[in-house]
Each structure stands twice: as structure tokens, then as C-alpha cells.
Design a protein around this ligand. Structure first.
Ligand SMILES: [Zn+2]
Length: 105
């Protein structure tokens, strides 16, 4: 799935105050989406951009890779599980490669 726009909801504002952010453009400035064949480029300790969504917001946040469960790739591509810790609130989450963008080196 390709996400072009992500709705950003700021707590304290009504729905009318939501902002639409062109994530594709914003993220391209500073990061590189990964192809399934490139999953080996992600390593424990890397800082990545990770898509995250909860009731307050949906956006790409800086996160550190703390653990990787490598799986055999199948017809759908990468099946690896990446455990990331968000810089913002130190929450940990298990995500798929499709939710991760690499920062330029
Ligand atoms: Zn993989």
C-alpha cells in the first residue's frame, strides 16, 4: 500500500482543524522507502522513520530499531518483524518493513 496523505489530528482541536500532510513529499526529503529486497539494510540500532497511527495522530516518527525477527521472504515479500522504539515517547512497537523508511546515510 502506498500512502500519499496522512491525516494529522492534533489533540485539543476539532476535526475541522485536521491538517493533511503530503507524506510522500515530506518523507522523500529526508528518507528512502525500502523495497522488500532491501530489508537487510535495516540493522539493530538504526534510526528510521516509522509510520505510526493512534487516536491522536498518524505520521512518520523517528524511531530506533531495537530488535529484528528475520523471516523467510515469500511471494508477498518481506515477512520480517521489526521492533522499534519511538524517540517521541519511547513506546515500542512491532512493525513490518512497509512501515519503515530509511534515513539517508
Ligand atoms: Zn525481510
Amino acid at each position: 500500500m502506498v500512502v500519499n496523505e496522512v491525516r494529522v489530528r492534533f489533540s485539543g482541536f476539532g476535526n475541522g482543524e485536521d491538517e493533511w500532510v503530503n507524506v510522500k513529499r515530506a518523507v522523500r526529503e529526508r528518507s528512502i522507502p525500502l523495497e522488500p529486497s532491501e530489508c537487510h539494510r535495516v540493522k539493530v540500532g538504526d534510526i528510521v522513520l516509522c509510520y505510526r497511527e493512534n487516536e491522536d495522530h498518524a505520521l512518520y516518527s523517528d524511531a530506533r530499531v531495537v530488535e529484528i525477527e528475520r523471516k523467510l521472504h515469500d511471494i508477498k515479500g518481506c515477512r520480517c518483524i521489526f521492533v522499534v522504539r519511538f524517540n517521541y515517547d519511547h513506546a515500542e512497537e512491532k512493525v513490518e518493513l512497509s512501515r519503515i523508511c530509511c534515513r539517508p546515510t
